[in-house]
Write a protein that binds this ligand. Structure first.
Ligand code: ATP
Ligand code: PMV
Length: 464
């Protein structure tokens, strides 16, 4: 049974502490959900009388030529629903979208395993909040102001520079939820039910890993489903052996992974919401985008190969960093539990953030991976001198993704930061060979809400 229209959204993330460590189940990551969300709207495609159409259309209308058309068919021997990209007017090889394609096949397979009715034609529209991408049209440090929540970026998706907020995880989470809700509505009835959430998580995690071609820590999908948390990863063995769409028995294996019914593959990740606030209400998280972006895969490979080559040195560093990361979570939680407007002393947070950064720089220099590159050190240090700024970090894998700052949530502090960034530039000879142009202050801030249902009529302007 399919539903006429529905919409869902999932948030982006920033891994404030625990990059690299969180890949190992012995350590945790402190992840903060953001108010930047990716939305997916779905409606049934009406066919003219006498015409049979079996097509699923996925559009991302903020980008040029971002439309993907898929045919679908049930494979033999329980291999699930295979999707094939159809040659449309704009489907060049370059326009394949691995995340959309994989998420569609996985979610259709699960939906048809739980609800045996026929898959019908439908149209999905993806809309992303502005800050997921650096967009050349925006002026420097200004937070873009627009009456429309969604901007048209006027470039093809592959040309948009990502800022590192986890667009693929938010997309896969909102998209798989929309597909399941459309084709198997009884599986997504009450978005606050723990069982539904964990099933949506398991499905999104499986699809995201398959699309990425690797089993990462999954903190980004966890944040997209649950919002802010302290995250301990799942054992990779849960997803190993799942196989791919089309392989005999895939549908049954996927269903049992999603519903967590295989006693040998029990989901063992931990989502600790005790720290749900992560950023206390008197502080604000802000992000500065240097518009360079980073190749996370290569960085992870090199850090892990150093860890393997120097296990004793790495163990000491990992343990010390974990302690720093836990101290940060504890400090933030203790602040969050104080009454609003009590006079705050941010000295402990300042100190612990400095300690974490110095350990991260040690990881950088020992592994030879630019996790906190010189230009980012300069930028964070300079921002930390400003009134009201408590501290900053290179989040996640680090590199040249947007840096995260914690500052007092007061106008004077935000204005001072905005003014400072207006004129901030680094030339190559000052920045260890890397020059950065304008640093853009993103409009994002912390928001602790995972995947949620939205009102479908909110997207009318983009559904042409
Ligand atoms: N608005 C969108 N519409 C359609 N597909 C999108 C959209 N945004 C992201 N994607 C998909 O996600 C991919 C980018 O994912 P990737 O994991 O490289 O970056 P990220 O998740 O934004 O960043 P990071 O992992 O550094 O946080 C794109 O290539 C595309 O397949
Ligand atoms: C390096 C790593 O620990 C964090 C990557 O974070 P991000 O995508 O840079 O936000 C990888 C992972 O956890 O999958």
């Amino acid at each position: 049974m399919d539903q006429p229209t529905a919409a869902f959204s999932a948030p982006g993330k920033v891994l404030l502490a625990g990059g690299y460590l969180v890949l190992d189940r012995n350590y945790t990551g402190l992840v903060c959900g953001l108010d930047a969300r990716i939305h997916v709207h779905v409606h049934k495609l009406q066919t003219s009388p006498g015409l049979t159409l079996s097509e699923i259309i996925v559009k991302s209308p903020q980008f040029r030529d971002a439309e993907w058309r898929y045919g679908y068919r049930e494979t033999e021997e329980g291999g699930g629903i295979e999707v094939t990209q159809l040659k449309g007017h704009s489907t060049s090889a370059q326009s394949r979208n691995k995340f959309v394609e994989t998420a569609l096949a996985y979610a259709l397979t699960y939906a048809s395993a739980v609800d045996h009715t026929k898959i019908g034609p439908a149209s999905f529209t993806i809309l992303a909040d502005t800050d997921y991408y650096s967009h050349p049209g925006s002026s420097g440090s200004e937070i873009p102001t627009t009456t429309d929540r969604f901007l048209g970026f006027n470039v093809p998706l592959h040309e948009a520079h990502k800022t590192g907020l986890g667009s693929s995880a938010a997309l896969v989470t909102a998209f798989t939820t929309a597909v399941v809700a459309h084709y198997a509505p009884h599986a997504v009835v009450d978005m606050s039910s723990a069982q539904e959430k964990s099933r949506l998580h398991n499905l999104a995690q499986a699809a995201h890993c398959a699309a990425q071609g690797k089993i990462g820590s999954g903190f980004d999908v966890a944040a997209a489903v649950y919002g802010s948390c302290v995250y301990r990863r799942f054992s990779p063995s849960i997803l190993e052996g799942l196989g791919d769409v089309g392989v005999k028995g895939f549908s049954t294996r996927l269903k049992s992974i999603v519903e967590d019914t295989d006693p040998t593959k029990k989901w063992d990740m931990k989502i600790d919401k005790k720290f749900a606030a992560v950023v206390p209400r008197d502080l604000r998280l802000m992000m500065c985008d240097v518009d360079c972006g980073s190749e996370t895969v290569g960085m992870v490979r090199n850090v892990l190969s150093w860890r393997k080559a120097k296990p004793e040195e790495a163990l000491l560093l990992w343990e010390t960093l974990q302690k720093g990361n836990e101290d940060l979570a504890t400090e933030l939680q203790s602040l969050a539990s104080k009454p609003a407007n009590s006079s705050e002393d941010y000295e402990n947070i300042r100190e612990v953030m400095l300690t974490i950064r110095s350990l991260i720089r040690e990881m950088s220099s020992k592994s030879g991976v630019p996790i906190e590159p010189e230009v980012q050190t300069g930028l964070i240090n300079a921002c930390c001198q400003l009134p009201g700024v408590v501290g900053g970090v290179v989040p996640g894998a680090g590199g040249f993704d947007a840096v995260a700052l914690l500052l007092e949530d007061k106008e004077y502090a935000i204005d001072a930061l905005r003014q400072f960034l207006e004129n901030y530039r680094v030339k190559a000879n000052e920045g260890g060979g890397v020059s950065i142009g304008k640093v853009r202050l993103l409009g994002v801030k912390q928001e602790d809400q995972g995947v949620r249902k939205e009102t479908p009529t909110n997207y009318q302007d983009w559904l042409r």
